[in-house]
Design a protein around this ligand. Structure first.
Ligand code: ADP
Length: 423
């Protein structure tokens, strides 16, 4: 199936977020972990390549993004989307601007738009100022982000040092007039030589206007939300075959496992809620793992009935996380937990588990890598931004859901399992 939209995301959970929103339309979306080594085959109408380039040096980000672009072009895409964080996470050196300019040059286009707005998650842009809820970006907790502290809320000022060509704004007053007015404004700005246009959006209807006006641009850039209306627009334009493949849920065995390495407040609640249902659960202790390895966890798992969806968790309250970190170091504590959960994932798969619920962004990376998953087909959404995904691990079809930090409600683990009932 020819790819209609090729997407490049600057990190892994951003890629799943985008893929999940596109899949809400019912169209098939594939997510690739990194640029595939082989030429495109069995491609979906919407392809998302997850890179890890948010904070790498700009020249490396550009190189990887261009490699991703080549792969997506080979998949047949003629329209492309550059996805970054809805809080515009970047430094004056990049990488949002440099990647956008490199993609524009490679595509031979003189203009693109920037719209990180995500109203459903409280990200809005008005007069070029990005708000997190009711707070300007630079007054939000993002001002203290360890890698990309955001100390200005004005997207034009944030973007200008990252690019070589002029930056402008299409404001809310124009967007409110509809797609034709916005298109005319973009053309006017293009005639003036404005290559990079920040576009205001405060509500979902604005995103629909923007997507409608910009859907034929070779390159759009933004958060995930502005891409959400694209599948329906492309379908209306006849770009998606009437028989375009939709979501497919493969037949799966009943065996399931829940692997939780996130220590967020919500994941702590989710673990407690799941344990309260009386399902089997095993707690990983970083200090025991450091001393004795993960054999005890793997042995425990081997004795479980996988149809009861046993839970293995390192999830703990902040005080006990800090205690482990003080003894082992932050990095080492994280790594040994990730390695243990990765080993449990492999053991569960080898014992017949085909349903994997994983909590934690880094944990998800470790588990997917251990399972040798390099492609995920996006399925039904369990909670906003958290879909079930389908993949193959060692020749066996599996379902995976990868939940980062605070996503999902307290019953997320059972919600996830229930959603796959019947598969
Ligand atoms: P989140 O999405 O909530 O940030 P991540 O998986 O990205 O979750 O990060 C959690 C990190 O904490 C992982 O590296 C994990 O291995 C580590 N970790 C999990 N449990 C513990 C624990 N009890 N003590 C110390 N570190 C832990």
């Amino acid at each position: 199936m020819t790819t209609v939209l090729g997407c490049i995301a600057d990190d892994f959970t951003g890629a799943t977020d985008l893929a999940g929103l596109l899949a809400r339309s019912g169209v098939k979306v594939s997510l690739r972990m990194g640029v595939p080594d082989s030429a495109p085959s069995d491609t979906a109408p919407f392809e998302v390549i997850a890179l890890k380039i948010r904070t790498v040096p700009a020249d490396q980000a550009v190189e990887q993004a261009l490699k991703a672009l080549d792969w997506l072009k080979a998949a047949g895409a003629e329209r492309f989307f550059w996805k970054y964080c809805s809080t515009f996470d970047s430094t004056p050196q990049g990488n949002i601007g440099p990647v956008a300019e490199a993609l524009m040059a490679a595509l031979g286009t003189d203009q693109t738009i920037y719209c990180p707005a995500f109203p459903e998650n409280g990200r809005a842009i008005f007069m070029g100022t990005l708000f997190v809820g009711q707070t300007p970006l630079a007054e939000s907790p993002m001002k203290d982000h360890p890698l990309t502290p955001m100390r200005d809320s004005n997207l034009m000022r944030l973007l200008q040092p990252q690019v070589t060509r002029p930056v402008g704004l299409a404001d809310r007053l124009t967007v409110a007039k509809g797609p034709d007015a916005l298109r005319a404004e973009l053309d006017r700005l293009a005639a003036e030589g404005t290559a990079h246009v920040v576009v205001d959006a405060v509500a979902d209807a604005d995103l629909t206007t923007i997507a409608a006006a910009c859907r034929d641009m070779p390159l759009m850039t933004g958060g995930s939300a502005v891409a959400m209306p694209l599948p329906a627009l492309f379908a209306a334009d006849g770009l998606l075959a009437a028989d375009a493949p939709g979501l497919e849920t493969p037949k799966l065995g009943k065996g399931a496992v829940i692997l939780s390495g996130s220590c967020s407040a919500m994941t702590n609640k989710q673990v407690a809620t799941y344990k309260a249902t009386g399902r089997p659960a095993f707690q990983l202790d970083p200090l025991s793992l450091a001393n004795d390895g993960h054999a005890a966890a793997v042995d425990w798992l081997a004795a479980q009935d996988l149809s009861k969806a046993p839970l293995i968790y390192a999830t703990a309250e902040p005080t006990s996380v800090r205690a482990a970190q003080d003894k082992l170091g932050v990095q080492r504590a994280g790594e040994i937990v990730e390695q243990a959960l990765a080993a449990c994932a492999i053991a569960a798969r080898d014992a017949g588990a085909q349903r994997f619920v994983v909590a934690g962004g880094e944990t998800s990376g470790a588990v997917t890598q251990a399972l040798g998953v390099d492609r995920l087909d996006i399925g039904a959404e369990i909670a906003p931004g958290v879909p079930w995904c389908f993949a193959t691990s060692d020749g066996t079809p599996i379902a995976l859901t990868l939940k980062s930090g605070n996503f999902g409600a307290e019953r997320f683990f059972t919600d996830a399992l229930d959603k796959l009932e019947g598969a």
